[in-house]
Design a protein around this ligand. Structure first.
Ligand code: URA
Length: 381
């Protein structure tokens, strides 16, 4: 078997076998398959697609490309959440401390921005000192100590996804069902979650522009979850417009803090309550979704969610004075108010265009190795 034959097969719209998919994933992870060969295959997959069996095989090969985290030491079912990507999506920063404050352990590996969508890791890194890269042992100790840890994917967890994710970003192959499903589910399987809630975004600022494709993505991820023995719930959420009022890394941290202090824009509130209430349900903390929403609202009102966010940031080396005085965050060098030429009401903002502007200004990456400028901010209010 060689990579050229595999590229030819997918280029010519043929089905890849499990062995061929494993050969590619293992070879690219080890470095015996080059970036340009992998780019050719990923582009062929992007154009010609994969059937369900190929997507399952790709996911499992990626999940098995490194170690698996053993969270059994925590002696409780771990519920994880992941979003398929959006603009202004700061839900993890809000929902995770809320859940942890309600006694649900959060052991989460988050991602970096992909294409015009933002990533939780880039947002967390805008808090000076916050360490996103920690070893597995410390990750588990953090959860035992304070009930929550948010980190980036470690080198040994689904390393194939780490490489393919960055490559897809650089070659404009982000918005594809097979590639998204395998990326998300391989990480979730390898990172030890027992149950998974997926926020499947739909609309202009999402990778799935139409409800039908979002449903297809949701169904394949549920099926992969079932095969891997992980209960998986998908919730479709609207991403036609940016979520909340802020887009850009540090500005989204600021908005997340404001939300945890009770000032939530309606769209953010709806997604936080929906995702959070299903996480509570899967964690065995209540089957009634409406009652769960009330628990989340209470954790916002009494400040326990915000206290948990500060505890998390402090525990991972971050400077919590930034969360207490948000004027300390680095300001953008140039600030250009965009003033309407007419009076009226803004009824629509195109999320993809705003995400793209943000990315081009420096909040995202054009090349794998690009550095993020966390002070890039867009704000609509
Ligand atoms: N999040 C991921 O982890 N992978 C994707 O492909 C899209 C969103």
């Amino acid at each position: 078997m060689n990579i050229q034959e595999i590229i030819i097969k997918k280029r010519d719209k043929k089905e890849l076998s499990k062995e061929e998919i494993e050969f590619f994933v293992q070879g690219y992870t080890k470095g015996t398959i080059t970036d340009y060969q992998a780019a050719a295959l990923i582009m062929a997959i992007y154009i010609n697609g994969m059937n369900e069996q190929e997507i399952v095989d790709l996911t499992m090969a990626m999940a098995n490309s490194g170690d698996r985290i053993d969270l059994s030491k925590l002696e409780t079912a771990i519920v994880d959440k992941h979003s398929t990507g959006g603009v202004g999506d700061k839900i993890t920063l809000i929902v995770s401390p809320l859940l942890a404050s309600l006694g649900v352990p959060i052991a989460k590996m988050s991602g970096k921005g992909l294409g015009y969508t933002g990533g939780t890791i880039d947002k967390l890194q805008s808090i000076p000192g916050y360490r996103v890269e920690i070893e597995e042992e410390e990750f588990i100790q953090n959860i035992q100590k304070i009930g929550i840890s948010l980190i980036s994917q470690t080198k040994s967890i689904a390393p194939a996804d780490k490489k393919i994710y960055a490559l897809r970003d650089a070659i404009s192959c982000t918005d594809h069902i097979a590639l998204i499903a395998s990326s998300i589910m391989s990480k979730k399987i390898a990172s030890g979650a027992d149950k998974i809630v997926l926020d499947v975004t739909v609309g202009s600022g999402a990778f799935m522009k139409e409800k039908e494709s979002a449903e297809k993505l949701a169904n394949i991820m549920i099926q992969i979850g079932k095969l891997a023995g992980k209960e998986t719930v998908c919730i479709l959420t609207n991403m036609n417009q940016p979520l909340g009022y802020a887009v850009g890394n540090s500005l989204e941290v600021i908005e997340a803090v404001q939300c945890l202090k009770g000032d939530l824009p309606n769209d953010v509130k709806e997604v936080v309550l929906e995702i959070g209430s299903y996480m509570l349900k899967l964690a065995g903390k209540g089957n009634n979704i409406n009652e769960n929403k009330e628990k989340l609202k209470k954790a916002i009102e009494d400040g326990s969610g915000f206290e948990k966010l500060k505890e998390l940031v402090k525990n991972q080396g971050g400077d919590i004075s930034y969360l207490e005085d948000m004027n300390k965050f680095k300001k953008a060098e140039y600030i250009l108010p965009v003033i309407s030429e007419k009076t009226g009401i803004v009824t629509k903002l195109d999320a993809e265009k705003i995400g793209t502007i943000s990315c081009k200004l420096g909040a995202g990456r054009e090349k794998k190795e690009d550095k993020i400028d966390e002070s890039v901010r867009n704000c609509f209010k």
